[in-house]
Design a protein. Structure first.
Length: 314
């Protein structure tokens, strides 16, 4: 098996009314957790890497771990750049073997976002790599993304159609109320499914069929995991994520890719904290990181079955 493009993954997901899980990786334990869960459940997955993760682990180390995971699991994986900030970074990851990239120009004005995204698309497509873009601005904090709630904006459906037509991007991340980080809502969670439906209808009316939509900031922030973190010394106040039933509804529509990073961080942190508290003499990293890896693997399996519906779809 090999690193693959997302095109076939998304085509199958759209037709099958399920979504591909896109899980952020930073170290060996998370790579193993995600890919072993995917193998166990025969599920397609995307491993995605932020610029911060590239700086933390190093591109060559990340590529080595991902290639080892392909060899170990025999599962087709897509390797994706998350929130690519510029063409220079995007060129670097394409050159070392990434099969999918995201250019995030959502903070720019519309015309500049279009121009930059088109430049990325031209470079990537010439090398057989697919491109995700973003229109609309999500609130929240995650790695290099830091947007105040008052600065968030929903995606405009008319602009979405124009943007896709002019840039040729292969998938589009939209803003319908999801948010980065562990505190996604102060009140009741609400997603604008009317915007998602309007975008899909406008695309189909324009002859753009089965177009994959992406949701960023879509961790559920499981309250049991938050409670466990806090029980063992954490201080996560007001943490609240996207309800599972809302994510399921999104997968039944045009959403083919759901990003999850915060849930991985919380699960790993809770497991490591538990080891330190329950066994204060523990000092072997394999013990506490291994516990974190196992916890993340079980969590990913739950996401694949209960949220994404992508089990037995590889």
């Amino acid at each position: 098996m090999a690193l693959v493009s997302t095109k076939e993954m998304f085509d199958k997901a759209f037709e099958g009314k399920y979504a591909i899980g896109a899980f952020n990786i930073n170290n060996m334990e998370v790579v193993q957790a995600v890919t072993r869960a995917a193998k166990e459940l025969n599920s397609p997955v995307m491993l995605q890497v932020s610029k911060s993760a590239l700086e933390y682990a190093g591109p060559e180390y990340l590529m080595g771990m991902v290639n080892a995971a392909v060899e170990e699991t025999g599962v087709d994986l897509a390797l994706h750049l998350d929130h690519g900030p510029d063409l220079e970074t995007i060129k670097k990851v394409i050159d070392i073997g990434f099969t999918s990239v995201m250019y995030d120009g959502s903070h720019l004005d519309f015309e500049e976002n279009v121009a930059n995204t088109k430049e990325v698309v031209d470079y990537a497509h010439a090398r057989g790599v697919v491109v995700e873009a973003e229109l609309g601005v999500l609130a929240g904090v995650e790695d290099d993304v830091n947007v105040a709630e008052e600065d968030a904006t929903y995606t405009d459906p008319d602009q979405a159609l124009e943007f896709i037509q002019r840039t040729g991007c292969d998938s589009l991340a939209i803003a319908i109320g999801t948010s980065h980080g562990a505190v996604k809502f102060k009140g009741e969670p609400k997603l604008r499914f009317d915007i998602l439906e309007d975008i899909t209808n406008k695309l189909e009316a324009a002859g753009i069929k089965n177009y994959p939509i992406v949701l960023h900031g879509a961790s559920s922030v499981d309250q049991d995991t938050v409670a466990k973190c806090n029980k063992y010394g954490g201080k996560l106040e007001g943490s609240k994520g996207i309800p599972v039933e809302m994510l399921r509804k999104a997968t039944s529509m045009a959403v083919c890719k759901i990003n999850m990073d915060t849930d991985i961080r919380l699960e790993m942190t809770a497991a490591v904290r538990e080891v330190f508290v329950e066994d204060p003499a523990a000092f072997d990293p394999r013990k506490y990181l291994g516990a974190g890896r196992d916890a993340v693997q079980e969590m990913i399996k739950g996401k694949i079955i209960n949220v994404l519906g992508s089990d037995n779809k590889a």
